[in-house]
Design a protein around this ligand. Structure first.
Ligand code: NAD
Ligand code: USQ
Length: 482
């Protein structure tokens, strides 16, 4: 029996359930904010969020229902089915499909005619509860999101609630859904979160590295032709004083020449987890013939895509806090509420950025043009480079046009990173495959600022300043101050 959750599954509080602090299987993740998140290996009948009387522990279990009862029969003759291996795969599993990039991508692929399944353990929503954070935009439950999508488009997105670190759960999803491609967004993705304390650093690397290893083993075991599209990060490269290539660099050393993986200099335990993933994926491509694309994505901005704009219930999350919020999204919210823009240090930190509408486009391009068996392909996924100071200037100008008085402050940098540096990263491979970038224009900044203004009453200004220091990383688990 597969661990398949129908879109009509409901959340139930089950106080009478056996104590969930008891270790049910080897996959147990301890959270230092006095919460424990576990998944059960056994087949489950409903999704259960449990807490003890003091709210000290927390468990999520998911209901298993027979695939035949909940999902219409799989069709092998859909619009994208083809015997040609370079054509679009029919069935795409989106791991992390309840998150910011994953939700937008799942809808985009579904709209394009792919059969889509979301796999997610909803841990991101748990982080928000633990740290007292919330999306700027109100977001519906994953169940309501999927129901709404079905009502509007008639298209079904299958839903598997569970932790990919639980290999039995992941195996069941593979056997049940039989993906042609897996898009893997399902990781702890915040650098500050990974730098809070030892416990979060360990959680981040365990969750990300083991989750990805499990996906690799599941492909080997059950779907060896399945194409892995893995979300990596531009931050794997760091900020070297030479041009950044797309994955590989040709080096001549002592008279001999070789093309080697580009050197990695990650600058947080989160970014390091992505480096470890890349090495594991590269190795399994060689050893087992896995076909994989590592999308080294830059910082994503924006909130709307064609699909998430179709209904309020499809609205995507928009993080602005000091832990999960990313630079440009944060600056727009700060401008909207009259908070000075928080430039860390000198503000010369330069990164690659892209619109979330391009994230979904890039992922589709990678799926539609799969890597060959045994190939470990790396694309740098961003469209433009900006320094933090440049972003602040753009937001100040766009805010001025909307009548906002936007100020900027230099905040002592909570991170250990170069604040003035060379940065020139190649990003041509996705363009060659057909990416049509949405560049950061005045109109996009206007619309982002307008979203921020629309929801400004939901902003908790206490969450804006950075609260996590790279230098003062805590050894003992502790809760971030509210
Ligand atoms: P997010 O936190 O919004 O979404 C991640 C999703 O994965 C969440 O829904 C979470 O519940 C799920 N998840 C985490 N661990 C899981 C597990 N073990 N099993 C099942 N589900 C799990 O993050 P995002 O911003 O959408 O980022 C998605 C991916 O893209 C990440 O891998 C991130 O590193 C990468 N990325 C994001 C950005 C960005 O700016 N947001 C930039 C570059 C790369
Ligand atoms: N920064 C500020 N002020 C702020 C927020 C950030 O100056 O208020 C600076 C940071 O110091 C950093 C840069 O802006 O130099 C980018 O920081 P960020 O928080 O926007 O992005 P980052 O921590 O790098 O992480 C985000 C995503 C992560 C993804 C990464 C892509 O959270 O999942 O991997 O972007 S990249 O940066 O290319 O590695």
């Amino acid at each position: 029996m597969a661990h398949l959750l129908s879109t009509s599954s409901s959340l139930k509080i089950s106080p009478g359930h056996k104590p969930y602090c008891q270790l049910l299987n080897p996959v147990q993740i301890s959270f230092p904010t006095s919460l424990t998140f576990q998944t059960s290996k056994s087949a489950f009948k409903r999704l259960v969020f449990q807490g003890d009387s003091r709210g000290k522990c927390f468990k999520v279990q998911a209901t298993a229902v027979p695939v035949s009862q909940e999902v219409s029969a799989k069709s092998n003759s859909g619009p994208h089915q083809s015997s040609n291996e370079s054509s679009k795969p029919q069935r795409v599993m989106v791991v992390g499909g309840d998150g910011y990039c994953g939700w937008a991508t799942a809808l985009h692929l579904s709209k394009k005619g792919y059969e889509v399944a979301i796999v997610d353990n909803l841990v991101r929503r748990l982080f928000d509860h633990q740290l007292g954070l919330d999306s700027l935009t109100p977001i519906s439950s994953i169940h309501n999101r999927i129901r709404c999508w079905k009502d509007i488009t008639g298209k079904t997105i299958e839903l598997y609630i569970g932790d990919i670190c639980d290999f039995e759960f992941l195996s069941d999803t593979f056997k049940s859904f039989e993906p042609d491609a897996v898009v893997h967004f399902g990781e702890q993705r915040s650098a500050p979160y990974s730098m809070i304390d030892r416990s979060r650093a360990v959680f981040t690397q365990q969750n990300n590295v083991i989750g990805t290893l499990n996906v690799l083993f599941a492909i080997k075991e059950y779907r060896e032709q399945c194409h892995l599209v893995k979300l990596g990060t531009m931050g794997e490269y760091g900020t070297p004083n030479i041009d950044i290539e797309e994955g590989y660099i040709t080096i001549t050393h002592n008279g001999r020449t070789d093309t080697l993986p580009y050197p990695k200099q990650a600058s947080s335990f989160y970014h390091l987890s992505k480096v470890h993933d890349s090495h594991n994926i590269a190795f399994t491509c060689k050893a087992w013939g896995i076909r994989a694309t590592d999308l080294n994505q830059g910082v994503v901005y924006g909130v709307r895509t064609d699909e998430t704009s179709m209904h309020a219930e499809l609205c995507n999350r928009f993080d602005y806090d000091g832990v999960f919020g990313t630079a440009l999204n944060r600056f727009c919210v700060q401008a909207a509420v009259g908070h000075p823009l928080t430039v860390y240090g000198k503000g010369g930190q330069t990164r690659g950025y892209l619109d979330i509408r391009d994230t979904v486009q890039c992922v589709e391009l990678a799926i539609a043009n799969p890597a060959q068996p045994g190939e470990f392909r790396v694309f740098n996924q961003f469209t433009e480079q900006f320094s933090v100071n440049q972003l602040a200037a753009l937001v100040t100008k766009a805010g001025g046009k909307l009548g906002l008085d936007v100020q900027t402050i230099s905040v002592p940098n909570p991170r250990v990173e170069a604040e003035e540096h060379y940065y020139n990263a190649k990003h041509t491979k996705l363009i060659e495959l057909g990416l049509k970038p949405h560049l950061l224009s005045d109109s996009l900044l206007d619309s982002l600022l307008n979203v921020a203004i629309k929801f400004k009453d939901r902003v908790d200004e206490k969450q804006i300043m950075p609260s996590v220091s790279w230098r003062k990383i805590g050894v003992k688990p502790k809760t971030v101050k509210a």
